[in-house]
Structure formats: structure tokens, C-alpha cells
Design a protein around this ligand. Structure first.
Ligand code: URA
Length: 449
């Protein structure tokens, strides 16, 4: 680890009045690098009170920030804490981040798949919040699996396995932690500069040389429209590039849950199936596309075709699933779960949601289904809630499928009926049945480089 330099020692910066910085942004001016440094340093050391920080955040939400201001904000947030030094691990270190979705288990398939292709993939992940799931929660369904490795152990696993997935250290970008908590309660989350600086400060502090972003778009995502998803992707790619990290983004569909499982244990089983070539087509397609691009970002192949061949070989040879077994074992988990799902937390009780009429599935809205799974206990509403790894929702029919009246469309895995009534109401909100099949949706909507 190396400690960030300390711009706030500068006397000029200490004399700068935050009230003047707020007024300048309120009046639509671009902030200077020094003003942004002063603000972030003051938030980090507590010398800028919450009311002033909140006022400036609101001024940024309303007035926006240029790409340059956003890059400076990100850089100041990175320097508010530690940065992981991965330079003693050979090879190009490629990171990945998803803006979050429902049934988004891509990282758990991608980590072993990319590593089996030769990519060095250190991954720090988050927990689920709101209707979206979190990679850490899913992995913690594996008995013994540790996500709290220290940085030295994390690096040892990356060296041995090619990948490791752990929780984000609190010492990375602490300014973001404070700002995010304020934004959450001051209606200042919805701002592309603030979201991109928040995400990118944490990712850049992780110390990778290249970064592939998954910007989810649609009903179950932060970004509901393609326009906003493209703007967020472009902003984050610009920040990464400005910081000297080769950064690219895919915009992927999150109108419908990815794959068929929404929960924790049940999503893991879907990941194991996908690594064995028996998973849902949409999940496999997204994971293959990301792995292939990571092979190129790692400099292992120049062209997509050659990278695709590597990905194919990693899957068909069984190396990808073997790499997951190694990863699980290296982080203290029981690798036998890959062959015996009964070793994962599970429940026997089921309730089904049935088609109200015959026709075609027109919509299977991701957000309502994410909420249904949470109502059963699979997610949390506040960071301190505990979750039930065993429960969740299985999607039995996807948009475009022809269904008969009374056919089971969703299967609720529940514990003693907890949340079932409310979850069934959510299922009702999620599903639309129409007379003709809707147009097929692209899973990977666009690339931003
Ligand atoms: N995720 C983050 O880490 N930050 C945001 O501002 C939004 C989503």
C-alpha cells in the first residue's frame, strides 16, 4: 500500500473558504483543481461540515461538472486514502466493475473464466443494496468462504489462482464513503459526475492497469435509459483514461434479470452451471464477451476472434470451473459445493406465480423481481441487515416465451412463508403477458472506448 500525497497541507488551500467554493458552483462556474482538493481534503479530515458539503453536492447536481472537474474530483478522492500497489504481481492487472443489477452474477463466472484464459484479475466487490444483489453476499453463501482477506493475502491468491474476490477495504477512497453517505440522505445521488467520481475513485485506488466497466441499463439498473447509461459510461471511461488506466465500458441490458436465478445460493449454482457450459444463454453470452475483451485488455491477444478462441478453450476444457474450485479453496471455502449444491444453504419450500392468461411474456421487470427476492430475505434494506442465502426467485419464463394460462412463471424459494404474500404482489407487477412476442433485446447494447 502507498499513502496518497496530502494537498491540504498547502497554506493557500487552508485559507480558501468553502462558502466561496459553494457560491461559485451555485453560480455555474467551473471549479479549479485547488478548490476541489480543498473540498475533498476538508470532507476527509472533517473540517468541512456536513451542511457545507451537502450544499456543494447539491450545487454540483444542479450545475454539473466538466470532464476535467470530474477527473480532478476523482483524483482527490483517490488521494483521500490508500492505493493498492499491485506492481509486484507480474502482468497487466485488469479490473472490472458493474454498476449493479438483478441476477447480476457476471463477476463470479468471469473471474475464473478470465483467469483460466491467463488474465490477472484482482477483484474488489461490494454488497447488495436496494433491489440489486452483491457479489460478496453471493460468495458468502459458500461455507467458509472469506471475503475479508488482507491485501497481502489477496495478492497471494491473485498470484496463485490468477484472480481473487474480496470486499473493498475501508481505507480506499474514504472521502467517497463520507460523501456517499451524505448523498444518500440529501437527494444528491442522481448526478453523473458524482456517480462516476464515486465509482472510479474506488476502482482507481485498487491499482489495476486496465479496467472494464459493465454499465447496466434498464428497469433494474441505476441508469434506466440508454442515453443516461451512455453518458455515465463515457464519463467513467474519460476519468480512467485521464488517470492513465486503459478503461472501456460495455452497456448491457438490465430490463430483465440476467440468467434465471435471483438470490444468493441459487445464483451460485447458476454460475457453476454456466462454467460447465450448461447455464442460461444470456449469462454465458455476457460472460464470454467480457472475458474476451479482458484477454485483449491484458495484451494476451490483439483481436477479438483470437480472444474468443481462448475463452472457448477455457470453458470447454473444464479449466474455468477448475479455476473456480481453486479460488474457493484459496479463500477458505469448501470447493465440494461446486459438485454438490446441497452443501449450500437451501430451503425446500416453494411457491409459484402462474400466468394469468395465455400469450407471450412481454415484460419480466427486473426491479420488481429484485424486490421480490429481497422480500423473501435474500437482500437487505440497510447495510447492517442480515440476509438469508437460501431464498430467492427462479425465473421460469423470459420475455418472448409463449406461455399457457396457469403455467408457472416464477418460483419463490422461501423460508416458512416469510415475505411470500408481498413477493407474489411484486411478481404480479413484474410480469406482462401480451398477444405477440416482443422484439428480442440485445444483451450487450454498446461498447464505449
Ligand atoms: N455506486 C457507487 O459506488 N457510487 C455511486 O454514486 C453510485 C453507485
Amino acid at each position: 500500500m502507498i499513502i496518497g500525497d496530502e494537498p491540504s497541507c498547502n497554506i493557500y488551500l487552508r485559507r480558501m473558504r468553502i462558502v466561496d467554493v459553494i457560491a461559485r458552483k451555485r453560480d455555474g462556474h467551473a471549479l479549479s483543481r485547488e478548490e476541489i482538493d480543498r473540498f475533498v481534503a476538508g470532507v476527509t479530515d472533517g473540517s468541512v461540515p456536513d451542511y457545507q458539503a451537502s450544499a456543494l453536492l447539491m450545487a454540483i447536481v444542479i450545475r454539473g461538472m466538466s470532464d476535467e472537474e470530474t477527473a480532478w474530483l476523482t483524483d482527490a478522492m483517490v488521494r483521500s486514502g490508500e492505493r493498492v500497489d499491485l506492481s509486484d504481481i507480474p502482468g497487466v492487472k485488469v479490473g472490472k466493475h458493474s454498476t449493479g443489477g438483478v441476477g447480476d452474477k457476471v463477476s463470479i463466472v468471469l473471474a475464473p473464466l478470465a483467469a483460466a484464459c491467463g488474465v490477472v484479475f484482482p477483484k474488489m466487490s461490494g454488497r447488495g443494496l436496494g433491489h440489486t444483489g452483491g457479489t460478496l453476499d453471493k460468495l458468502q453463501a459458500i461455507p467458509g468462504f472469506r471475503v475479508d482477506l488482507g491485501i497481502d493475502e489477496f495478492k497471494r491468491v491473485v498470484r496463485e489462482v490468477g484472480t481473487s474476490i474480496i470486499g473493498q477495504s475501508a481505507s480506499l477512497a474514504p472521502a467517497d464513503k463520507k460523501l456517499y453517505a451524505l448523498r444518500d440522505v440529501t437527494a444528491t445521488i442522481e448526478s453523473i459526475p458524482l456517480i462516476s467520481a464515486s465509482i472510479m475513485s474506488k476502482k482507481l485506488a485498487e491499482g489495476c492497469n486496465a479496467l472494464l466497466l459493465d454499465v447496466k441499463c434498464g428497469d433494474g439498473a441505476f441508469m434506466k435509459t440508454q442515453e443516461s447509461a451512455r453518458a455515465l459510461a463515457a464519463s467513467m471511461v474519460a476519468i480512467g483514461t485521464h488517470a492513465g488506466v486503459r478503461t472501456e465500458a460495455f452497456i448491457t441490458d438490465m430490463e430483465v434479470p440476467l440468467g434465471r436465478a435471483i438470490g444468493n445460493s441459487i445464483e451460485l449454482v447458476e454460475c457453476f452451471d454456466t462454467l460447465r457450459g450448461r447455464g442460461p444463454g444470456d449469462l454465458e453470452a455476457v460472460a464470454r464477451r467480457f472475458a474476451s475483451r479482458m484477454v485483449v485488455l491484458a495484451g494476451l491477444e490483439r483481436e477479438r476472434e483470437a480472444a474468443d478462441v481462448r475463452v472457448d478453450a477455457a470453458l470447454s476444457s473444464g479449466r474455468a470451473i477448475q479455476t473456480l474450485a481453486k479460488l474457493v479453496e484459496a479463500q477458505g471455502g469448501n470447493p465440494r459445493v461446486l459438485d454438490d449444491a446441497a452443501l449450500l444453504p437451501h430451503v425446500a419450500e416453494r411457491e409459484v406465480y402462474r400466468a394469468a392468461r395465455s400469450g407471450f411474456i412481454g415484460a419480466m421487470r427486473a426491479e420488481a423481481l429484485g424486490r421480490a427476492s429481497n422480500l423473501l430475505g435474500a437482500g437487505r434494506t440497510t447495510v447492517n441487515d442480515s440476509i438469508d442465502h437460501a431464498v430467492g426467485v427462479m425465473v421460469l419464463a423470459k420475455p418472448g416465451d409463449e406461455v399457457r394460462e396457469d403455467q408457472p412463471l416464477l418460483e419463490l424459494h422461501h423460508r416458512g412463508g416469510r415475505g411470500v404474500e408481498a413477493a407474489l404482489r411484486m411478481c404480479h407487477d413484474a410480469v406482462t403477458i401480451v398477444d405477440a412476442p416482443p422484439p428480442a433485446r440485445l444483451k450487450v447494447i454498446a461498447e464505449v472506448r
